[in-house]
Design a protein around this ligand. Structure first.
Ligand SMILES: [Zn+2]
Length: 349
């Protein structure tokens, strides 16, 4: 028991004190860690239970009422829903935000996001209405105007679309292609213009906007077949190769087609004529090489946007992904021929 009574001047006293301090610190650290872990567990448990409740209730408005600072998190969540195609969830969040938010500028941003989501979900009129409301608050809003332009195009309200285009031009946007595309749509769908006037105006417009080849040729093959064949040249034929491939047989003009090397290759590959031994298009060459067995194979087409490189099964004048105009590039795909033979094309009526 003598060590308990060590004199404080004894060297062992210092060592004993040091060991005591180390022991106290270690014990304190242990308890502090234990308390922190318990606290973290409680917080995590509270967070998970709240998250679960939100998931069940889907009540974003009450979340915002209870936690006004969750606006940014909900905006992020809505953006994730939008990108993953869950538009109805994104719409619920934006509607809840609009009921709670007081800041005018942020409200306009949310209105535009809601309009964009409604548009993607196919609710054209709701999208148009909310965007028009947003523009009443902030007229110079290029994002709202861009979406509104597409909506008016799709609703075939060309005059309204041209008004939006003027507003975009005032904001410095390049609207050359969009304007030509709208003018072509307006001419084609006009009830006031005669077929002859439509033909004249489209030809004049086509000269100024060569990217309209597919659109104008489609119109001509349905209304002025002779004019369509007269207007064909190498670049126009390539740009509309799917249209020529799917052309109804009674609109085919062998004499005119044989004037163009590309169309000689295309229709030889198709088996309608025998005027080429190979082609600059790999898929055409394969079909030509099949000879009499080419009936076993057929071509399908996909459309690639040269702007965003998105791939789509149907032709588009305006890219469904990035909304660029006149950027569809036609890509043939070799397939086995189905029993029904050539698929009828929606381009012809
Ligand atoms: Zn695109």
């Amino acid at each position: 028991m003598e060590f308990l009574f060590i004199d404080h001047r004894h060297p062992l006293f210092s060592v004993a004190m040091l060991l005591l301090v180390v022991a106290v610190v270690a014990l304190a650290n242990y308890w502090w860690g234990l308390l922190r872990r318990r606290d973290q567990d409680k917080k995590l448990s509270r967070f998970l239970s709240r998250f679960e409740a939100d998931r069940k209730a889907r009540d974003y408005k009450s979340v915002l009422s209870l936690q006004p600072d969750s606006t940014d998190s909900l905006m992020l969540l809505a953006s994730i829903y939008y990108k993953s195609g869950e538009y109805s969830e994104a719409i619920k969040i934006y509607l809840a935000l609009l009921e709670i938010l007081a800041n005018k500028s942020v409200r306009v941003d949310v209105m535009v996001l809601l309009g964009r989501t409604y548009h993607k979900a196919g609710f054209m009129k709701r999208s148009r209405d909310i965007l028009l409301d947003a523009l009443k608050i902030k007229a110079r809003n290029p994002e709202a105007l861009e979406i509104l332009l597409v909506i008016y195009e799709q609703m075939r309200e060309f005059n309204a679309a041209l008004e939006v285009l003027e507003a975009l031009e005032e904001l410095g946007r390049d609207t050359t292609r969009a304007r030509a595309f709208l003018q072509a749509g307006s001419i084609v769908s006009s009830a006031a213009l005669s077929d002859e006037h439509k033909r004249e105006r489209l030809l004049a417009l086509w000269q100024r906007a060569p990217f309209l080849s597919r659109q104008v040729l489609e119109f001509f093959f349905n209304t002025h077949v002779g004019e369509a064949w007269r207007q064909v040249d190498a670049s126009r034929a390539k740009a509309a190769m799917d249209l020529f491939w799917r052309l109804p047989r009674d609109r085919f003009n062998e004499t005119e087609a044989c004037k163009h090397p590309f169309l000689r290759q295309l229709y030889t590959a198709k088996g309608w004529i025998d005027a080429a031994s190979e082609s600059e298009v790999f898929e055409f060459s394969l079909l030509i090489a099949l000879g009499e067995k080419r009936e076993m194979a057929d071509l399908e087409f996909e459309y690639i946007c040269s702007e965003c490189m998105g791939e789509y099964p149907l032709y588009f004048h305006r890219c469904p992904g990035c909304m660029a105009v006149g950027t569809a590039r036609v890509q043939p795909i070799l397939t086995a021929r189905s029993e029904g033979g050539h698929e009828a094309s929606a381009a012809f009526y």
